[in-house]
Design a protein around this ligand. Structure first.
Ligand code: PHE
Length: 348
């Protein structure tokens, strides 16, 4: 068989092979087999030196022609296959299948509980207001009946802030509670007052499962003529029932906060049911404290220019994360600020 016959044979073989190629991968193999670096056409071309001198130009051009023919035919079929897979994909598309639900975010669990608590108070006639997180000693302490050097300051481990506008280095701080808004709001308005103040607070404290160095509080303040302790009890009892359910009892005990007199803390009942189970998961006491409260101290009223013989009021402060922990069975307050999606996604 001379080289020209060999070329014809290769061409015929390639035609057969091409018909049998069923996918892109097989086409790739064909390319290697025929026109790859050691493909049959390429190898034949390399043997040109053994071809008779006069036949060389003709052989060379025929072989190169075959090479480009093969490469063209393979490229054509690659195109066909590519379109075909697109087509097949389109045919497999079942438009009646339900769509994939996109993953959507949701409000942060702290935001959710803050809003829920605020909504309760709004429905009781309160307004929601907010105040600064960077606060002056004056509002955070002094106007709340906690003068400089007062031992009660130790109740709030404070993060102080360097303030270039004040020579007194102990004048600016990250608020340790939302109570400064009591003084700010009373100073700026006159009674009747019925507000709740949600906001972030900061304390210079080590963290553990029930303490964060930053957390939310919700402050409440009511001031008017004739406000009394029964109003405080009624309001907070209603709140506790709405959050924890109608079966819950509340208990008030004396407590001390310099800006209220008398001061109390309020607990909710956690008695065992007939099967010996507690309504609040993970807590083995009969009563669980949820907030501090009291009648606004006459000194505080005087400090903002109110006459305590005419006006009286009550105030309360609670930690919304702690309330969510109790109600929703969360074991560690640090979950709220660790941004772990396994925790956050439970609140979607
Ligand atoms: N501000 C107090 C605290 O952080 C809570 C409180 C608010 C107590 C209002 C009484 C009245 O501990």
């Amino acid at each position: 068989m001379n080289v020209f016959e060999e070329l014809t044979q290769i061409q015929a073989e390639f035609q057969k092979d091409l018909k049998l190629a069923l996918d892109l991968e097989q086409l790739d193999h064909l390319k290697i087999k025929y026109i790859g670096r050691s493909g049959v056409v390429t190898t034949l071309l390399r043997s040109i030196s053994s071809v008779k001198k006069e036949d060389r130009p003709k052989f060379g051009s025929k072989a190169n022609q075959l090479k480009s023919e093969i490469s063209g035919l393979i490229a054509e079929k690659i195109d066909v296959f590519k379109n075909d897979t697109d087509l097949r994909k389109a045919e497999n598309l079942d438009v009646t299948l339900p769509g994939r639900t996109p993953v959507i975010g949701s409000l942060h669990p702290t935001t959710q509980i803050v809003q829920e608590i605020c909504d309760i108070f709004v429905s009781l006639g309160f307004s929601v207001i907010e105040g600064p997180e960077i606060e002056f000693d004056k509002y955070n302490f002094e106007m709340l009946n906690i003068p400089k050097g007062h031992p009660a300051r130790d109740m709030w481990s404070t993060m102080w802030i360097e303030n270039p506008n004040h020579s007194n280095t102990n004048s600016t701080l990250l608020r340790t509670h939302t109570s400064p808004m009591q003084a700010r709001f009373m100073e700026a308005t006159s009674p009747p007052i019925r507000i709740v103040v949600p906001g972030k607070c900061y304390r210079y404290e080590a963290t553990d499962s029930t303490h964060e160095w930053h957390f939310y509080q919700i402050e409440g303040l009511v001031v008017d003529k004739g406000i009394n302790f029964a109003n405080l009890k009624g309001t907070l009892y209603e709140f506790a029932k709405r959050i924890f359910g109608n079966d819950r009892k509340v208990r008030f005990r004396c407590d001390y906060f310099p800006f209220v007199e008398p001061g109390v803390d309020m607990s909710i009942s956690n008695f065992k049911d007939s099967e010996g189970k507690r309504p609040i998961k993970g807590r083995d006491e009969d009563w669980i404290e949820i907030l501090g409260a009291g009648m606004v101290h006459p000194e505080v009223l005087k400090g903002v220019g109110y006459d305590p013989d005419i006006y009286t009021g009550f105030a309360f402060g609670m930690g919304p994360e702690r309330i969510s922990m109790l109600r929703d069975g969360i074991d560690d307050i640090r979950h709220f600020y660790s941004n772990d999606l396994r925790f956050l996604s439970q609140f979607v």
